[in-house]
Design a protein around this ligand. Structure first.
Ligand code: SAM
Length: 296
């Protein structure tokens, strides 16, 4: 019989062990995220400018990307002031022209984490019992557990994805910000639409969640629980990007940069789509600075 262990341990080894999926694979080869859309990186640049200004233009001003893949987001920030210190944080290595580390450094500036929390491993309970999983994805039920997180944030029971490690990861990220703003962007749910979503991705396709290192493993983030952990604001991506000036309005036909305007409108539609990326949640935590530009 194949060895079975709780989901969190199996998931950790499958993604981040020595032969783990994210150690061997570039995430961008397997799924498309916000980061692939140039207008999104422009919005992040605008956000960083706002935080820089709110902090009084410190030297250095940090822009730290947590769960940075191979550094795509920071590579897309062009012509940044010499004061800005760009840092990518990931378990994997990357060959980039800026600082690359494996632990979140201290931040004075903007910390951003796009689709990081959904890949933080968590346990699964089925009707109050810890689910164990084998490397081929087959499951069995282990011991009964009384889980305070599940009682508070997943009261309907059934198949529960125990989000506490995501709350803790978010708290840890926020705690690294001395002054500035932390933002985590992810797909998620809140109490009214809580549902289990654990699945796999490989080569752009959804595949069964099999913890053998052959695919990404991901589950939606209980965003309300993360927000409550640090008293962060929780916005939809649509709200957050609109506040940063992203609009899907079509350019006027007389606009001299009509073609560019059309291209931007099409990217904005993708980012704001209420059935797609626009449904993502933004956790926004200001630390020692006023983030008045973000809607409440
Ligand atoms: C779903 S990918 C997102 C990549 C990129 N941010 C994007 O939006 O395209 C998640 C990334 O988070 C990284 N990651 C997960 N947990 C991490 C941790 N504890 N420390 C550093 N990186 C982590 C993974 O290695 C992976 O590159």
């Amino acid at each position: 019989m194949l060895p079975r262990r709780p989901w969190r341990a199996a998931w950790q080894a499958a993604l981040y062990g020595t032969e783990g999926f994210f150690v061997r694979n570039n995430p961008a080869d397997h799924f498309r995220t916000n980061v692939a859309v140039p207008l999104f990186t422009q919005a992040v640049r605008r956000l960083a400018d706002l935080v820089d200004e709110a902090l009084g233009f410190p030297d250095p001003f940090d822009v730290v990307d947590v769960g940075a893949g191979r550094g795509e987001l920071l590579l897309a920030l062009h012509d940044v002031p010499a004061r800005w210190r760009l840092t990518g944080v990931d378990v994997a290595e990357a060959d980039v022209p800026f600082r690359w580390v494996h632990e979140i450094p201290e931040v004075t500036g903007l910390l951003i984490a796009n689709e990081w929390l959904d890949s933080v491993p968590i346990d699964v309970l089925q009707d109050g019992r810890l689910v164990h999983v084998a490397p081929d994805g087959s499951e069995s039920r282990g011991q009964r557990v009384e889980d305070p997180w599940a009682a508070r944030w997943w009261p309907q029971g059934g198949r529960v994805e125990v989000g506490l490690p995501r709350d803790q990861a978010w708290m840890r990220a926020v705690s690294r910000v001395s002054r500035g703003v932390a933002v985590a962007i992810d797909y998620g749910h809140t109490l009214p639409d809580r549902r289990s979503t654990l699945t796999g991705y490989r080569d752009g396709r959804q595949v069964p969640a099999v913890p053998d290192g052959s695919c990404d493993l991901t589950a939606h983030v209980a965003l309300d629980a993360c927000a409550a952990a640090t008293d962060a604001r929780l916005l939809t991506q649509r709200e957050a990007l609109s506040a940063l000036g992203i609009s899907a309005a079509l350019p006027s036909a007389t606009d001299p940069s009509y073609a560019r305007g059309l291209q931007q409108a099409s990217q904005a539609r993708e980012l704001l789509d209420p059935e797609g990326l626009g449904r993502f949640g933004w956790l926004v935590q200001a630390v020692g600075v006023d983030a008045a530009w973000m809607p409440t």
